[in-house]
Design a protein around this ligand. Structure first.
Ligand code: COI
Length: 322
């Protein structure tokens, strides 16, 4: 079986070498984005493996169909970059993968610690040799209440990893997870918003969740609340967040993702004017930490992403042979 791998990065190559051999598949490695010019590179491949770097639109899906692609495996948990409904209509199956949740969970907690301990403010001043303590006093995580929105695999891992810090953990989610019942208190969303000192998002970017954190939701939050997002930018209305940071209603934010980041992150823009005003405003705030969607990026997770994407293609292929 042949798999065309789009957005194949240098750091993934060792894993593609290893797992192509292990699962006896041929992988065509393409560093380019999946776009209308590169769809023909999938000719002769039943499956393609993609990341979430680019949108997989109706136009691309129709082109892949003409080249004989039957299955699209995204090397991601999130699926919001694929027009899955249209793919289904034209008979292309799509699938996502799971990978070790520790990387994203650890980064969410790292961002919590960085914002509550005012790391950006302290580091900026350190670079200017200002070692005074002014405005550097932070909070103990153990004294705080953390609200986890979404207890899927990643939210559940965040809860487990937080249990060692001694903080109170509230959670809300579609399904209650048995394994964290003794470490979190499941509450309704309004209770979570009103009672949490830190709110961390671990839900998918569906139509229903668009701007889940908007002006109204922020209005219910505690003054000085910290907001963490390692999921998808579209979950937060950036304008509402900026207004809340400007007036102090939100005390800080740790954002691995921001609305409109798809065409920006993972590229070098240092000689360009980016033209993403919300990103520029947030980046200028001493209490906001932005990261370029790197929460997933650990050796363990990348290995899992490659292996599980190949595995998914093999499973699809063997089902087709039945
Ligand atoms: C996902 O798996 O959904 C991610 O966000 C990671 C992706 C950017 C590679």
């Amino acid at each position: 079986m042949k798999i065309a791998v789009y957005n194949c990065r240098e750091d993934e190559l060792e894993f593609f070498d290893k797992f192509s051999k292990q699962y006896n598949v041929e992988t065509v490695r393409i560093s380019a984005d999946p776009d209308i010019e590169t769809t023909s590179l999938a000719k002769g491949c039943e499956c393609i493996s993609i990341t979430s770097d680019r949108m997989i639109t109706k136009e691309l899906l129709a082109a892949y169909k003409t080249y004989g692609v039957k299955y699209i495996s995204s090397r991601t948990v999130g699926m919001d970059h694929i027009d899955a409904e249209y793919a289904g209509k034209i008979g292309i199956k799509v699938g996502n993968i799971n990978y070790s949740t520790d990387g994203v969970a650890d980064q969410a907690i790292m961002l919590m610690l960085m914002v509550i301990r005012k790391v950006k403010h302290i580091m900026i001043r350190y670079l200017g040799q200002d070692y005074t303590l002014a405005k550097s006093r932070g909070y103990d995580l153990g004294d705080m209440t953390v609200g986890i929105i979404g207890t899927g695999n990643i939210g559940t891992t965040v809860a487990k990893h937080l249990s060692g810090f001694g903080c109170k953990v509230l959670a809300c989610g579609m399904k209650k997870r048995d394994e964290i019942m003794n470490i979190v208190e499941y509450v309704d969303i309004d209770t979570l918003l009103t009672k949490s000192d830190i709110i961390t998002l671990h839900i998918p970017a569906t139509k229903e969740n668009y701007h889940f954190i908007d002006q109204k939701a922020i209005g219910k939050m505690k003054p000085g609340v910290f907001v963490i997002n390692t999921a998808r930018g579209a979950l937060i209305d950036s304008t509402a967040l900026i207004e809340a940071l400007e007036c102090g209603k939100v005390g800080g934010a740790g954002l691995d993702v921001i609305e409109g980041d798809r065409e920006i992150y993972y590229l070098d823009h240092k000689h360009e004017v980016i033209g993403h005003r919300e990103m520029a405003i947030l980046n200028a705030m001493p209490n906001v930490i932005l990261m370029p969607h790197t929460a997933f990026f650990t050796e363990h997770a990348v290995s899992d992403m490659v292996e599980n994407s190949i595995k998914n293609c093999c499973e699809f292929f063997s089902k087709c042979q039945e």
